[in-house]
Design a protein around this ligand. Structure first.
Ligand SMILES: *Cc1c(COP(=O)(O)O)cnc(C)c1O
Length: 230
């Protein structure tokens, strides 16, 4: 098996190539290395190889890992489903929470962030294909939710996150990435005070090139960097 370092270099190269091929500046796309179910040692290797953003899905696992690894130059992103009663753990540990999908959760994050005097950056997760198995607000209610979240002083809504249905051929995901980008533009144009949409989090190991072509600014890649998860 190739080293994390080699795979990381390869992915960065592919991100760059995909960006340039569609006329985008590669610097506008950031890579979140998704380390769920991977060891602290694997994460440390990734950081040494130059990873600066790490994505985790499970609060307890993430806290254990972050505590084990200690201070790192890397920034941690929460990308899993977050229950309101876990917000108190997520807020002190994560620089960006990708998965806010209800006002109830936003309000709880706001409350916890206030306690530590933090303005928590978040993304709103949109269930762009209305799948029963996925979290996220509906596309139809996304703008209303953004307006509802905007006045919360300890929350900073900075973008959208979405996950299309799985397709063997990543082309199948394209219409959903397009719909995410349209929604992003629609909400951005509203210029809601306190809301600054800059991140569009979409694209994983199997479909990040298509996501980049459709405007992704944050790709979340696990398997292609760390290998398959058992
Ligand atoms: C696991 C996960 C990823 C990474 O998926 P890969 O296919 O391993 O690249 C990205 N985003 C979310 C929300 C995930 O849960």
């Amino acid at each position: 098996m190739e080293s994390i370092e080699k795979r990381l270099a390869h992915i960065k190269d592919e991100i760059r190539t995909a960006a340039l091929a569609c006329g985008r500046d590669p610097e506008t796309i950031d890579l979140v290395a998704v380390s769920k179910k991977k060891s602290s040692a694997a994460v440390t290797s990734a950081i040494q190889a130059g990873v600066t953003l790490l994505g985790e899905n499970y609060i307890q696992e993430a806290m254990d890992k972050i505590n084990t690894i200690g201070n790192t130059p890397a920034s941690w992103h929460f990308i899993g489903h977050l229950q309101s009663n876990k917000a108190k753990f997520a807020v002190p540990y994560f620089d960006l929470i990708h998965t806010v999908d209800s006002f109830k959760l936003a309000r709880e994050i706001n409350k916890q962030a206030a306690k530590i005097n933090k303005r928590q950056a978040i993304l709103m997760q949109v269930n762009i294909a209305d799948e029963a198995t996925k979290s996220g607000t509906t596309a139809a209610s996304a703008l209303a939710l953004a307006r509802e979240i905007a006045p919360l002083e300890h929350i900073h809504l900075t973008g959208l996150m979405g996950m299309p249905p799985f397709f063997d051929d990543p082309e199948g995901a394209r219409p959903y990435f397009k719909a995410m980008a349209n929604l992003f533009n629609t909400i951005q144009k509203e210029e809601i005070p306190g809301v600054d949409l800059e991140h569009l989090s979409m694209g994983m190991s199997g479909d990040f090139k298509v996501a980049i072509e459709e405007g992704s600014t944050l790709v979340r890649i696990g398997t292609a960097i760390f290998g398959s998860r058992e």
